[in-house]
Design a protein around this ligand. Sequence first.
Ligand code: ATP
Ligand code: MG
Length: 445
Amino acid sequence: MRLSRYFLPVLKETPAEAQIVSHRLMLRAGMIKQASAGIYSWLPLGFKVLRRIEQIVHEEQQRAGHIPMLMPTLQSADLWRESGRYDDYGQEMLRITDRHGRDMLYGPTNEELITDIFRSNVGSYKDLPLTLYHIQWKFRDEVRPRFGVMRGREFLMKDGYNFDLTKEDALHAYNRHLVSYLRSYERMGLQAIPMRADGGPIGGDYTHEFLVLAETGESEVFYDSEITDLKFGEREIDYDDVGQCQSVLEEFTSRYARTDETHDEAVFAEVPVARRRSARGIEVGQIFYFGTKYSEAMGATVIDAEQNQVPVHMGSHGIGVSRLLGAIIEASHDDKGIIWPEGVTPFHCGIVNLKQGDDAADAACDGLYAALTAAGLEPLYDDRKERAGGKFATMDLIGLPWRITVGPRGLKNGVVELTSRKTGESEELSPEAAVAKVVARYAGL
Ligand code: ATP
Ligand code: MG
C-alpha cells in the first residue's frame, strides 16, 4: 500500500476522552472512530489488525479440530425464555421488538442458539464429540463502556461450544481449548496466563480466564511469579491425545494464579513469599465447562450406546477478539506509539522515502516494494511529499515492526537503513539484504 493512496487519519493531538494508552494510540493512529458510546467504526488500519487476530484464532481453532460457522447477531427471545436467561440477563441485554411485535435481542453470547442448532440436528452419540465456533459481534449494554475497544458495548468475540457424551470427554474438550488458546495468544505476541476463575452460579472448578498482565487491567490477580516463565513455544501437539492435552493443562495451571473472585489468602500463603505477586490483568478469554445446564433446560440429548436418551455435556469458550487489540497495545508500546508484534502487524514493513521525487530514491523504493510484495509481504510505502521527521513520527506511531529508510545519500553507497521498531536499532544494508532480513523474520509466522 502506498500511503498517499491509503486512508490513515492520524491525529496530532492526544484525544482528551481516552484514559488509557491503548485507547489513545488507537485513536491517534487512525484505527478506530467512536460511533456512539462503546460502539466503534474500524478504520482501515484497525480493521487490518482485527482481521489478523481473527485469522490466528481461526487457524488455531481449526488446528484443534473445531468447526467454524456463523450465527446471526439478532436472536429470538423465545430461545432465551427456554433457558431461563431472558429475565436473568438484566439490563446488559439489548432487547428489540420487530414490526410484528416479536421480542428479539442482540446476542450477548450464543449458548441458546447453538444448543437449538444441536438439538435439531444431532441425535446420536455417534455424532460426538463436536465443537462448533464462530467469530461474531456481540452486544452487551455495559453500564460503563470505557477504555475504547477494551470494554465496548458492541465487540467481536470468538465463542465456541463443545458437545460431548460424557463429562470426561467434555473435559478433554476443555483442555483442547486451553492448549489452543495458549498457542493463539503466543502467536499474537502476548503472554496470557490461565487463572482459576469463578464459575458463577453454576459453580465448579472448570473455568479459567486468560489474563494479560497490565497496570490498566480491570481485574485484580494473584499469582506465583514462576508462572510467567512458562512458554508454550514450538511444541507439536496432537489435539486428539487426551494425555498430552491434560499434561499441558497441568503444566500451566498447577501454580497459583487466580483472579480476585477465587483468590484464597491461605492457599496463596503457601507460595514462597518472594514469588507472590499481586497485579492487574486484562481478561482476553475464558473457558468454561458447565455440564448439562443448557442441554437439560433445552432438551439437547443424544441416544447413548445403551439406547438411553442422555443430555450432552457442554462447555463454552470465548476469546475477546476486539479487546485483544487494546490488550496487545497495552503490553507493547512506548512513548512514540504502538509496537506491533510481528504476528499481528497491519503491514509487515514500512518504507520511508527521504526524498520523494528523487529518481534514484523513488526507483529504490519501488524496487523494495516489489521485492517485499513478491515475497508475500505487505509493505506500507510512505510516498508522501513530507519531511522525514513527519514520516518517521507516523511510522513510529503506527508501530510497524520494521522500517526501511531510503535516501539519495545512502543509495550512493548502495545501502538503505533497516530499523527495528522494538529496539530502535538500525543497520545499513544493501536493499536486497534488507528485504531478505525482513522476509526471514516473517517466515513461519
Ligand atoms: P468481563 O468480566 O470483562 O465483563 P466477561 O467475563 O463477562 O467479561 P465473557 O462472557 O467471558 O466476558 O466473554 C468472553 C471474552 O469476551 C472475555 O474474556 C473478554 O475478552 C471479551 N469481552 C467481554 N465483554 C467485553 C466487552 N464489553 N468489550 C470487549 N470485550 C469483551
Ligand atoms: Mg469472562
